[in-house]
Design a protein around this ligand. Sequence first.
Ligand code: DOR
Ligand code: ZN
Length: 347
Amino acid sequence: MKEISISQPDDFHLHLRDGPALASVLVDSARQFARAIVMPNLEPPVVTVEQALGYRQRIMDCLPEGSSFEPLMTIYLTDNTRPDEIRRLYENEYVHAVKYYPAGVTTNAEQGVTNIDKVYATLEAMAESGVPLLLHGEVNDADVDIFDREQVFIEKILTPLMERFKDLRIVFEHITTEQAVQFVKQGPATLAATITPQHLLYNRNALFENGIRPHYYCLPVLKREAHRQALVAAAVSGHAQFFLGTDSAPHARHAKENACGCAGIYSAHAAIELYAEVFEQAGSLDQLEKFASFNGADFYGLARNKRKITLQQQAWLIPDSLAFGESEIIPLKAGETCRWKLVADGN
Ligand code: DOR
Ligand code: ZN
């Protein structure tokens, strides 16, 4: 039986939610990943270091006995985030980055940045101290076609931002287009990007297969096949500026199967196995460890994980649904088979 062992991976973009939902999903990530960058878009958002530490404690309290999973906390940038908060963050060992959502761009982004000029002093403090800025890289502009919002973000926001703050460390989160791949490849080493399993596995046809499929809806939305192929090529290239970030984003079934369904795909139940499938299909399983376990840690200046995990080529059935607090979630590839199975985890 085909088997691979790699250093334990990290998830550099994860939504864990809070309360009973947190308790439902955390075990899935903790089983596979050593660490995860935890998104701050709670309701209300996590905007201070103090709030991030409170949230971290709630995560730690939910972890199964004996787990060594480490949540790497972030704060949410608003028009009112001051440089002082960046200094507090820099001095704190548990909080690692600042998340930028253009106001209203996605789930719980209402309090995001309305105009980037408003946070220049804060970005300056980040550039000076080396605190990474994690970007939701889409413009939130009703006049811009939803499939073009990432590309327009590169032109209108990201390019001028990088011109102005040359030392700012930036993670372009969940990239979805060929343009983003090229931009990151040509960019300086201070720029990196995460790639999700859904954007590697599917193109936008998945949203409309024999009807509308809300469980394939996330933001940025899935794109054309040519973009998917460019993302796969980037992920398997071993290039140091591309790494794993699932953007696993659970929403209760009723919130997705709705006249106005929420954006977000839950992939934490089988994340590393789904990435393995992508790398295998591309004939590049030997590159999985760089993408999943080395590149992200190196970018964030974290030690690479010493433990190993083992994946076996063994078909298993992904459940139709999973518990989610009082409700349920429909996981990515629900009811379908997964070709790889995690047989030995890092704990
Ligand atoms: O699809 C998404 N879901 N994209 C985001 O940017 C946010 C996320 C969520 O929190 O549900
Ligand atoms: Zn996200």
